[in-house]
Write a protein that binds this ligand. Structure first.
Ligand code: MAN
Ligand code: CA
Length: 261
């Protein structure tokens, strides 16, 4: 008991480290400290903590509301942009649709136009004509040189006029034979009966070469009995043995084109 009192006295009147008397005692503070010593919190601390919690919650709520409002306004902005883009696309789509419809009507109008139709048909026939000539042009490497001329032996069977046309297409003419050795050269190269560039279509019995010269009576190789003008025979052909015959120009035979050097 005495010891406790001594201790209390000491506590009341002790000096601090610098030899000063301690400040006046604060009973409330001392109660708080005592409670703290005992592991209890004073109501003031509790209220302060509670107040802080409420303040924090309110702040969090305010921040959340601000963020949500920002997100909402951003969504609205994006939505407006998207709507605008969509309406742009729709109007573009309408434009393209209209253009297609206009073009379609223009095309059907063109098809119904007789002139255009005729032009298309002409072009188609020209194309097929070119295709038929192309096969001959492609085989241009097969031209054979003899003396002063190049010869092309075409094995597709066509009329005399068509043969002339195709030779002309290649810058040539149906073959003109004005000597025995040319006749022999030709005979040695043929694999079918061929047209030669000789006809009396302009005047019956008056045979002319396609180069415009008259047939020389000293240089002709008619088979015996020819030309007999059987029926209407105005074009000349060469048999496999090299002899000639007059035959209908609409017959279909192989042909020989000649290009002079
Ligand atoms: C026979 C002969 C020729 C005639 C032909 C026509 O060969 O009469 O003179 O040109 O037939 O195909
Ligand atoms: Ca004949």
């Amino acid at each position: 008991m005495e010891l406790t009192e001594d201790y209390e006295n000491l506590r009341k009147f002790r000096l601090d480290g610098d030899g000063h008397r301690p400040q006046k005692r604060n009973p409330e503070r001392e109660v708080g400290l005592a409670e703290l010593d005992q592991g209890k919190l004073s109501p003031r601390v509790l209220y302060t903590a509670l107040g802080l919690c409420i303040l924090l919650s309110v702040l969090t709520l305010i921040i959340a509301v601000i963020l949500m409002m920002q997100m909402w306004s951003e969504t609205k902005r994006l939505d407006a942009g998207f709507q605008e883009e969509l309406s742009n696309w729709k109007s573009k789509n309408r434009e393209v649709n209209n253009t297609i419809m206009e073009l379609q009507s223009e095309i059907s109008h063109l098809w119904s136009n007789r002139e255009v139709n005729n032009t298309i048909m002409e072009l188609q026939s020209e194309i097929s004509h070119l295709w038929s000539n192309l096969s001959l042009v492609q085989s241009i490497s097969q031209w054979k040189l003899f003396k002063q001329s190049l010869y092309y032996f075409a094995t597709n069977k066509i009329t005399w006029d068509k043969a002339q046309e195709i030779c002309a297409f290649m810058g040539a003419k149906l073959v003109v034979i004005k000597s025995g050795d040319v006749k022999e050269y030709i005979r040695g190269n043929i694999k079918c009966e061929h047209w030669i560039g000789l006809s009396d279509a302009a005047e019956e019995g008056n045979w002319h070469w396609v180069d415009g010269t008259k047939l020389d009576p000293n240089v002709m190789f008619w088979r015996s009995g020819e030309p007999n003008g059987a029926g209407k025979e105005n074009c000349a052909q060469m048999y496999m043995d090299g002899s000639w015959n007059d035959v209908s120009c609409s017959s279909k035979l192989c042909s020989i084109c000649e290009k002079r050097k």
